[in-house]
Design a protein around this ligand. Structure first.
Ligand SMILES: Nc1ncnc2c1ncn2[C@@H]1O[C@H](COP(=O)(O)OP(=O)(O)O)[C@@H](O)[C@H]1O
Ligand SMILES: [Mg+2]
Length: 270
């Protein structure tokens, strides 16, 4: 790699920044080179700003370390971590195939392949269940592809199950398309109650629908219409077997209590 971006701090760590590949409100993601072993890695640089943001960064680092020790191969792999006063630096394994959204643009999966990919996402998600953590921002952009193997990334929005009360709609982090009816409904169930595991399960169910049907289950051309569609309309299941249509209809239940519990997801898809 000939080009590189100057950064005295990361170079002291032995990491040479090469190219910025993503920029979010929270961080900058660089393709980089680990100079000691000569491999390509990802550098996720997160700017510290205020107490709340710093706590979020600490939580993300703590969860990444825990996932590292548990070595679940369907969760993004932390290689190293470092901090100075202004920033935190996560060195991650580089998943060169990009995210699931991009992958689905070039791969039309059969129903069997879709169920297989989904069961592997569930293996990754089991780590969250075991650790009593909710991800809260599951969507195809947060699933990276290691060849054909899905890997859940970005533990930065995660909360412990008994986490602090937060209103989903006031947080621009979240993509409406993957939000659950209980987060969006006018009765605002989520204002009275911490929204919990059921919202992750809903997002996973939307992802399974997309893997199988190659489109989103709810149609809308604006965020407001998408919100209404999720709360009010029932998806159709035009292009799958009866068993899978039955499974999907038990998954995409508006009432979170009627939705299939996550423990059963993986076994129902295998
Ligand atoms: N390890 C990685 N390998 C490849 N691409 C990555 C990796 N980590 C992040 N990315 C890319 O960067 C984007 C943003 O990363 P993410 O961790 O979600 O940032 P943020 O926490 O700021 O939202 C991801 O959607 C993905 O496209
Ligand atoms: Mg994040």
């Amino acid at each position: 790699m000939s080009t590189h971006i100057k950064s005295t701090y990361t170079e002291k760590l032995g990491i040479q920044k090469c190219k910025e590949i993503a920029k979010t409100d929270m961080s900058r993601i660089y393709e980089a080179k680990d100079l000691t072993i000569g491999t390509e890695v990802i550098l996720k640089e997160m700017t510290k700003k205020g107490l709340q943001r710093n706590q979020e960064i600490e939580r993300e680092i703590e969860l990444m370390k825990r996932a590292y020790f548990d070595s679940n191969k369907h969760i993004v792999r932390l290689l190293d971590v470092s901090e100075d006063e202004k920033k935190a630096y996560l060195i991650l394994k580089y998943y060169k195939n990009g995210d699931l959204e991009k992958y689905l643009e070039t791969h039309q999966l059969t129903e069997q392949q879709a169920l297989l990919v989904f069961s592997k996402i569930c293996i990754g998600y089991n780590w969250f269940i075991e650790n009593k953590v909710i991800h809260r921002d599951l969507k195809p952009l947060k699933i990276l592809m290691d060849g054909d193997e899905p890997v859940i990334c970005d533990l930065g929005s995660s909360r412990k199950l008994e986490g602090e009360l937060e209103l989903a709609l006031t947080n621009k982090l979240f993509t409406v398309s993957y939000m659950a009816p209980e987060q969006l409904s006018p009765t605002k169930r989520s204002q009275d109650k911490n929204y919990d595991r059921t919202v992750d399960i809903w997002a996973l169910d939307v992802i399974l629908y997309e893997l199988i049907h190659h489109k989103h289950p709810f149609k809308a051309d604006s965020a407001i219409k998408m919100q209404a569609s999720i709360v009010e309309s029932e998806p159709s299941y035009p292009s799958c077997s009866k068993e899978t249509a039955d499974l999907l209809s038990r998954l995409l239940k508006k009432n979170p209590e009627a939705r299939i519990p996550c423990e059963l997801l993986e076994q129902d898809c295998s």
